[in-house]
Ligand binder design. Structure first.
Ligand SMILES: O=C(O)CCC(=O)C(=O)O
Ligand SMILES: [Fe+2]
Ligand SMILES: [Mn+2]
Length: 214
């Protein structure tokens, strides 16, 4: 049974952690793992429903020709198709600008290609740390279509993890110590529950921006 923690004891030094949707709701002072709260953000409703629909329409044009991939046993991601996109409609460019403004500081070297990842209803992402060869200190992604649970676990102590509910149209930002010292994963539909409550996961599309490795 998962433990339910109040705000002040959200991040426990031992055992399991579980946070509620918006980590940024928590007073930073009350977070025992101050570095976690400072380096993980969740922004709900960063994208409007209308913007979600137009982003979806635009990425579907690319995705619909691809098959979902399941075959690579050593891949972190199962049941997915993906693209890296550089050309965006004016509407989408405005959303991407907003995402980048929230996640990156001005002057930061960012990857211009945007990663679009379509996770099938039966797809999932195993715990991994993004390659330091291809990605810098910040990973940010907006979730579309379905709620999903992202688990972040201390790499050297996977017992210490936090589940975050990623609602459609929310943006997460993973930075620095959380980016390098925690794995991130997207739970399978069958494992998708939060505080004992089942949160079914359907097909989910994420739109991810990263900065350049230094
Ligand atoms: O779908 C997401 O939000 C995360 C994807 C991811 O972890 C990756 O592509 O490395
Ligand atoms: Fe990743
Ligand atoms: Mn492949």
């Amino acid at each position: 049974m998962e433990e339910i923690k109040t705000h002040s004891s959200m991040l426990l030094p031992r055992g399991r952690w579980e946070s509620y949707r918006a980590l940024h709701m928590f007073h930073r002072q009350s977070c025992q793992y101050d570095y976690f709260c400072k380096n993980f953000e969740l922004h709900e409703n960063l994208v409007s429903e209308e913007e979600e629909n137009s982003l979806l329409e635009e990425v579907e044009d690319y995705l619909e020709d691809l098959d979902y991939e399941y075959d690579h046993w050593d891949n972190a991601i199962h049941g997915y198709r993906e693209t890296e996109k550089s050309q965006w409609s004016v509407k989408s460019q405005a959303v991407l600008r907003r995402i980048r403004q929230v996640a990156f500081s001005s002057g930061e070297q960012q990857l211009s290609l945007v990663h679009v990842l379509d996770l099938a209803q039966d797809g999932y992402i195993k715990p991994h740390v993004d390659s330091v060869k291809f990605c810098g200190s910040t990973i940010t992604g907006v979730s579309l279509l379905s709620t999903a649970i992202m688990r972040l676990a201390k790499q050297n102590n996977p017992e210490h993890w936090v589940n975050v509910v990623l609602k459609p149209r929310s943006l997460y930002v993973i930075r620095d110590v959380v980016r390098y010292q925690f794995t991130h994963e997207i739970l399978k539909d069958s494992e998708s529950s939060f505080r004992g409550q089942r949160l079914p996961r359907a097909r989910r599309i994420s739109i991810i921006c990263r900065n350049e490795p230094s």
